[in-house]
Structure formats: structure tokens, C-alpha cells
Design a protein around this ligand. Structure first.
Ligand SMILES: Nc1ncnc2c1ncn2[C@@H]1O[C@H](COP(=O)(O)OP(=O)(O)O)[C@@H](O)[C@H]1O
Ligand SMILES: [Mg+2]
Length: 384
């Protein structure tokens, strides 16, 4: 079995797994100084784009291709490559195809598609020039977005006329969205050969008027909202995720961003991301299902949604942005939880995050407390 991985940055998520399975691995990467290149049996430094990875997949006669791309811009190209390699060369590519990637790449088109299928999304409007600032001002706070963007780059929660003027200047493809006061949820869904399985809904913090991105917040699982039946709610979210995966026909992994309105208790879908999710360590911690290793199982041809469903565990999990993990505390070597009560450190220097798992809430609190305490000591912070 020989698999080509596109992009090396996330390869350490799966390297331990491919080794364990005895899979021959090749990486293509456009940055010669990138991390993890030495974890594969072979690597190629190639120009950006999907042309060379496609040629190498054919030349190396690989059994499957797994794109490990954590950013949005190349995804439509990846979809094009998938369609070609699968149709013309019979090489499976574990990712979203062209039309799915194209839809997910555009938040506005995604919302139109959601509305068409009676899936709730916050009320939205395309903004046409000339802008009617006085009318818009009556609706503040109002969320301004461009169809593309990631990590909050194309999003502004406008609180004043100045905010509107600043965001709109120089752009011509803006839409506005109702501000949802509540909490942010993400759920990952796996889909291959028309079978789908959703993993655990992850709590990503409250929405704020500053639009603080979940990257900077504490995450938790299981999702537990005060005053509602959480078992039914979590099941509803998982069903919604599977329905959405089937609707857009995604393959591989997709994450779905949801805003839960605290006043109405309704869930609103805001975007689909057809790539490895930023919450994948939380998912792995909470369920013991590692989304990127699942892609390897799909490539091997022995993936089944039923098997994943029956393998799902229920751990307590949280994730903290720590910047730099305390140096005197051991960093686990692999990106894999070593037991019922353990943690994984991930992310680049100065942007590290720690994801913790435990078999009870109390143990989760204890491990978290220890890590935060060590963090405070090594950074000279006094929490008292
Ligand atoms: N309608 C909304 N109401 C409240 N907060 C929002 C809304 N839309 C986006 N946000 C905030 O902005 C963040 C980024 O928005 P999102 O559309 O997911 O873009 P990105 O692709 O940058 O993640 C969200 O995670 C949330 O914190
Ligand atoms: Mg988002």
C-alpha cells in the first residue's frame, strides 16, 4: 500500500498510524523548509498548485492520495485534481470533489444552498452599492462578511458607522449577517462511498461583539448547554451534520460551524470547511476517533461509518491556547492520547495549544489545573 500525502504540515497527525500499518508514504510539499518532511519514506518539493502532485501520483503509481491541507485557498484545485485522478486514473483522492469544494469555498453560496434546503442559517443579505449607510446603521450590531476568508479574516462585527465604512472600502462582494448571541459549535463529519458519520459536537466559546475567533478561546466537549436536553441536542447536531455531508456530497472530512442562539435555542449553520478541522484534536480527545487517521482507513478501502459509530468513546475534553507549553512539563512525542487521562500538545511555536482528555469531569479539571499552574509559574503569572 502506497499513499501520497499533499502537504507536510499536518503529516505528524498520521505518521504514527501509517507506520503502524506498514504503509509506504510519499509527501509533496511546496516549502522546502517545512516540518515533518523526514517523517515520510520519500518527499518531493514541488511548485504550488495541484499539477505536480497529480503527476507524481501517476508516476509513483500510488494507491491513493490524501490531501492534508489546512488552509482554504487550494481546496477548489484539490477538488479538480480529485475529479481527474479518480475518473481518468482510478486513483482515489480522499477529499471533497470540485463542486463541493467550490460551494464550501463561498460562504454566501453555502448559505443560499442551506436556505434552499430548509437548514437554518443566520438571516443574510447581499450588500449592493451604493451602500445605504443610514439604513444599515439601524441594524447594528451586524456581521459583515466576504464570501471567502478563514480564521476571521473576512469577518467584521460592525458596531458603528466607522466599522462599516472601514470594512466596505475597497470590497465589492460583501454580505451582511444577523449577529447571533450565543455559543459557537463545531462538528466534524466523515464521509466516504456514500456513508456518513458525524463525530462529537465541540463547544468553542461564546460569540462576542469583538468577533473573537474560536482559535483564541477554550474549547470543551461534550457540548453541555444549560437548560436544555443535551443528549437530544447533541444527537440533533450529529444528524444535521450527516444530512449536510450527504447534501453536499463531501468525501473525506468536513467541519461545520454552527452558532447556537442562547435566546431561541436554535442552531444556525454559518459555514462548511472541506478540510482537516481546527477542532480535530478535540474530536480525537472526546471520541477517540482521529479524523485524519480515518482518511487513511478510507484510502485503505476498509472504512465503514458503522464501525466508526461503534468505536466512538465518550471522554471529557478541553483545549487551551497556551502560546508556549511549559518547558518543564513533558510534551508527548506523538499526536495521540496515551490513555484515559492524558494530553497532546500541538501547533507551531508561540501558538501552541494543549488538548486534554479525561474519563471524568473531575479528572479533567485536575489535569487542566496542573497544566495552567505550571504555565503560570513558567510565565511568572500570579493568578491570585
Ligand atoms: N452571525 C454571527 N454572529 C455572531 N458571531 C459571528 C457570526 N458570524 C461569524 N461570527 C464570528 O466570527 C467568526 C468567524 O466567522 P466564520 O464565518 O466562521 O469565518 P471563518 O471562515 O473566518 O472562520 C466566528 O467563529 C464567530 O466567532
Ligand atoms: Mg469559521
Amino acid at each position: 500500500m502506497k499513499i501520497l500525502f499533499i502537504g507536510s504540515r499536518l503529516f505528524d497527525d498520521v505518521a504514527w498510524y501509517t507506520k503502524q500499518l506498514g504503509i509506504e508514504t510519499i509527501i509533496t510539499e511546496s516549502n522546502e523548509n517545512a516540518v515533518n518532511l523526514d517523517l515520510a519514506d520519500k518527499h518531493y518539493i514541488v511548485p504550488r498548485g495541484m499539477e505536480e502532485p497529480l503527476n507524481i501520483a501517476i508516476k509513483e503509481d500510488v494507491d491513493a492520495v490524501i490531501p492534508l491541507i489546512g488552509i482554504d485557498p487550494p481546496l477548489v484545485d484539490v477538488g479538480r485534481m480529485k475529479d481527474t485522478l479518480e475518473e481518468e486514473n482510478g486513483i482515489p483522492v480522499i477529499a471533497a470533489g470540485y463542486s463541493t469544494a467550490l460551494l464550501a469555498a463561498n460562504k454566501y453560496e453555502t448559505k443560499k444552498e442551506l436556505s434552499k434546503n430548509n437548514i437554518s442559517t443566520p438571516y443574510f443579505n447581499k450588500l449592493d452599492e451604493p451602500y445605504d449607510f443610514d439604513n444599515i446603521q439601524k441594524q447594528l450590531p451586524l456581521v459583515f462578511k466576504t464570501p471567502e476568508g478563514q480564521g476571521g479574516s473576512g469577518v467584521k462585527i460592525a458596531l458603528s458607522k466607522e466599522d462599516i465604512v472601514e470594512f466596505t472600502s475597497g470590497k465589492d462582494n460583501i454580505f451582511t449577517e444577523e449577529f447571533v448571541e450565543g455559543i459557537e459549535i463545531s462538528v466534524e463529519v466523515l464521509r466516504w462511498k456514500e456513508q456518513s458519520v458525524a463525530l462529537a459536537p465541540i463547544y468553542k466559546g461564546d460569540t462576542t461583539l469583538e468577533g473573537t475567533h474560536p482559535l483564541a478561546k477554550i474549547k470543551q466537549a461534550p457540548l453541555n448547554i444549560r437548560g436544555i436536553d443535551n443528549i437530544s441536542h447533541n444527537n440533533e447536531i450529529r444528524q444535521l451534520a450527516e444530512k449536510l455531508a450527504d447534501l453536499v456530497g463531501v468525501e473525506g472530512t468536513m467541519d461545520i460551524d454552527i452558532l447556537h442562539d442562547s435566546n431561541s435555542n436554535n442552531d444556525y449553520v454559518i459555514e462548511l470547511n472541506t478540510r482537516p478541522s481546527g477542532t480535530r484534536y478535540m474530536t480525537a480527545s472526546a471520541t477517540n476517533i482521529y479524523p485524519l487517521c480515518q482518511l487513511v482507513d478510507m484510502a485503505m478501502g476498509n472504512w465503514s461509518a458503522k464501525k466508526v459509530e461503534s468505536d466512538i468513546k465518550e471522554y471529557h475534553a478541553c483545549e487551551l491556547p497556551v502560546g508556549d507549553f511549559p518547558e518543564d512539563k513533558k510534551i508527548p512525542e506523538f499526536k495521540v492520547f496515551s490513555g484515559d487521562n492524558s494530553y497532546v500538545v500541538h501547533g507551531p511555536q508561540h501558538y501552541q495549544r494543549v488538548t486534554i482528555r479525561a474519563d471524568s469531569r473531575e479528572k479533567l479539571n485536575n489535569i487542566t489545573y496542573d497544566i495552567v499552574n505550571d504555565y503560570a509559574t513558567s510565565n511568572n503569572i500570579n493568578f491570585n
